[in-house]
Design a protein. Sequence first.
Length: 512
Amino acid sequence: MSSLFCIIVIVWCKLRLGSALEDYEYVSAIGDPGMKSPNVRVGLEAWNFCNEVGQEAPNMGSPRLADCTDLYCHSITDQFGSPQHDYGRNCEVHHKVNESDNRLRAGDGFPSADYKSYTDPDLYAVEKELYLASLCNVRDSSEPWQFWMIMLKNGNFDKNTSLCPENGKKVSKIITGRKFPCFGEGCMNQPLIYHNPSRAISSGAQIFTLTGGFYGTYDLDANLSQGIGNSSYFSVSWQKNLSTGGWVFSHTLTTSSKYPWLMLYLRADATKGFNGGYHYDGRGIMRKLPESPNFKVKLTLSIKRGGGSNSQFYLLDIGSCWKNNGDPCDGDVLTDVTRYSEMIINPETSSWCRPDNLISCPPYHVSLHGEIIYRNDTSRFPYSAYHLYCSPGNALYSEKPFDICDPYSNPQAQELVQLLPHPEWAVHGYPTKKGDGWVGDPRTWVLDVGAISSRLYFYQDPGTKPAKRVWTSINVGTEIYVSSEGETAEWTVSDFDVLVPETVTHDGVVVY
Ligand SMILES: *[C@@H]1O[C@H](CO)[C@@H](O)[C@H](O)[C@H]1NC(C)=O
Ligand SMILES: *[C@@H]1O[C@H](CO)[C@@H](O)[C@H](O)[C@H]1NC(C)=O
Ligand SMILES: *[C@@H]1O[C@H](CO)[C@@H](O)[C@H](O)[C@H]1NC(C)=O
Ligand SMILES: *[C@@H]1O[C@H](CO)[C@@H](O)[C@H](O)[C@H]1NC(C)=O
Ligand SMILES: *[C@@H]1O[C@H](CO)[C@@H](O)[C@H](O)[C@H]1NC(C)=O
Ligand SMILES: *[C@@H]1O[C@H](CO)[C@@H](O)[C@H](O)[C@H]1NC(C)=O
């Protein structure tokens, strides 16, 4: 076992998923298949309400950080040439990212001339992510990768500011009847973020592994060294499961009266291009992009605390971007549309899509065999398979009745298809009924995300060629939606992998 941790091996993890219907050989699409790497590759990003920075937190720098740490172990041999068993003595820990890098703030120059400094905190954060990624870059194949991404988002929105555009359009004044939490000026602040840099720990059997984490709070007046008190709180730490050799990411998220709506996800983002929810180049861990209908996601999810009745826990949130005419996004926020689909596994989440509330249903459901069932077909439409559907704010031909998605919480228009556990989806490996996989029911899931996502309705202008559904972000975590009192969610994620067919990229090009 110890050699697993002490020798750096580059393994092409190939696994055959036995299904009589499929002839594909699946390979991992990510840089750290199944989270088995002995090294740490973790990035962190914090977003305001519209996925930007707005203003940096005092003394905190730009909210992009990373912990990228290599563990080098060599077994030394004794005078007779036999390996000694005391491997641990010969391990070294190499931090690729210095704390001085993590503290970089808008206006600072980067240590490398390849990255441009900006005084605008939004532009600076984009550049800082690229810079940190360059330090973390792993070139173990022709497709380099950078890191897992921890994403934190504050759901407060101050309508008196013009920080967020409306469906991508800059507006000088926000006029809307929609209600958003905000305790007053400054409510859209970035968090205080602290770092426990990865360090080596040994277990009884002289096995050396790394452990570390990030934690913090949105309450700028909190002093966490005196305890969390009633402050908001988040924490993500990583350590190895010694029996599997895989990383276990442990998460905690607590809301507070000032910060009643918070999100914390572990993201597998594309190593380049626009990740879900962005309008600029990002970095990540998915070196091949999964495309519907042929890809799967494997993960072990263990939820210890659910986070209250409004905790929209996502057993995957998948994100992508395409225009209403089906073209891929190009960064033009007026016509790009973020597309999200999420399965919410909190059993307290109800179906807003109902026969008496068709406005929250997609126009139709596609059955397993491809039959289209309209939402007005009340005897056959599976209402309880959906939490809600909402239409992109810039769609010109949405089918009535429709609700548009929140126009402010993304840098551009967005479309949401939110699912609930249901036999309709269970055929793809998803939970069948409410409560499956919830608190006290840890499970290892093999989700046929490709199949499910190819069955979902997404808006397109009439007569346009269907978009290629290529997913740039696959996330797991929770969005604790506005809660009247502080709520806490606690969970671990391990064994994460994204599996794609070996031979075909999203361009249809054979790679091997
Ligand atoms: C990190 O700090 C060390 C020691 O000061 C320095 O040698 C190294 O170049 C720094 N690395 C980066 C990426 O700035
Ligand atoms: C926004 O402006 C209104 C009117 O001036 C004021 O009553 C309200 O408190 C302000 N909201 C915030 C969050 O500052
Ligand atoms: C936070 O609390 C610790 C321990 O009580 C104290 O030493 C420290 O000065 C406090 N920090 C601030 C910023 O008040
Ligand atoms: C937290 O809030 C509760 C209820 O408002 C209050 O009783 C308690 O004293 C608070 N605790 C701290 C540490 O502020
Ligand atoms: C480690 O892996 C084993 C085997 O899959 C599992 O039973 C155990 O719960 C895991 N431990 C943690 C801390 O995740
Ligand atoms: C149901 O909806 C479809 C699609 O919008 C429409 O063509 C059909 O007329 C509707 N049927 C009824 C009974 O309203």
